[in-house]
Design a binder for this molecule. Sequence first.
Ligand code: HSE
Length: 413
Amino acid sequence: MKIGLLGLGTVGTGVFEIIQKRKQSLQKLYGQPLEITKILVKDKNKKRDLQGVKGLLTTDPYEILNDPSIDLIIEVIGGLEKAYQYIKYALQNEKHVVTANKAVVSLHMKELLDLAQKNQKAFLFEASVGGGIPLLKPLRQCSLLNNFYEVKGIVNGTSNFILTKMTEEGLDFHEALKIAQDLGYAEADPTDDIKGADVARKLAILSSLAFHRDITLGDVLYRSIKHVDREDIHYLKDKGYSVKYFGKALTNGEKVSAVVEPVLFQRITQFEKVKDSFNMVSVKGDNLEELRFYGEGAGKNASANAIVCDVIDIFTGAYKKDFVVLKEQKPKISSQLLQGKYLIRIVLKDSLNSCSFLKLADENEISLQRIEKPSPKRRIFITEKVSAEKIKKFIQDLKHLEFSFFVARIEKE
Ligand code: HSE
């Protein structure tokens, strides 16, 4: 099997290294060689500390995409438009495709799966969610036998790393982010990690596969984690809670809710114990009451390993056994299915007191259960059970009042 590699950045280099290192053992196992024969790069003359790539490099994607000897394309250039074009072109040209590209998959999964099915090729994207965890393959397999109704988890290594460092080492948000970037966990644009786009993309992918529905990025409601500060973390730690950045999707068969927001877990829970760049995903279905996946969620080798696993499934033909087809009709999207108690922290100013807040809560029909005063200027409110939909509207109003705030759902496992 001959492979064209689009992109030789961090993950592309990891893929090349793993395939080189395992070349002989893979050949022995499967009886045929697995070989990267062409690599797309931006600059052929860039100095690279990687043996064996010279002579394989090209700056023309179509030299790879139109090469009849190439059976499989691995796309790791990232970004959206070009990557989407190349993936589509490769599938149309009857080549298998493996990608780690969350942006493309979370917008175009249905179209690309349909195209792959039409041309009897594979379109696999294990590395797009959960880094190195074998997650999407078992999810696809189990989804053929189960009606899954919930999928949730911690799926962003960068934000989990930041929250862990803030909780355990007292770092501030930006210090911790800088370390996560240096370790290669963060996206090229780290606002995707912090404002929720990365988790939302992954939740769209997970829920599409779990529910067999066409759920795209635009269907996911997401809120940033960046409003949490050291005082919140400290206060919550004292109360036995940790903050996690969490995605959760639910379906009742007809409607789907998919929400990404900060949540609070008690220290005794498994999700609370997910630290640093690790991820954990849980699915619930009718046969399998609950299934959890845990492992390294970000970084070069974890993602590269997931890509090579997909390549091997194509090499052996195993991918054909659990091909998922998404239903034609889009589901109804409503964040009303997701409900819970919320913690709302505000900071008072001369012009903004608790009365303005209480009035706003009343107008939004948000019932409050408890009020606490962790410091003279800070107030913490715990709501009664309310939907994510209502909280979204309430937060918009809070922003208009220019309150400084942090809002998190209190999640039971
Ligand atoms: N930036 C992503 C994360 C990389 O931190 O999880 C892996 O998808």
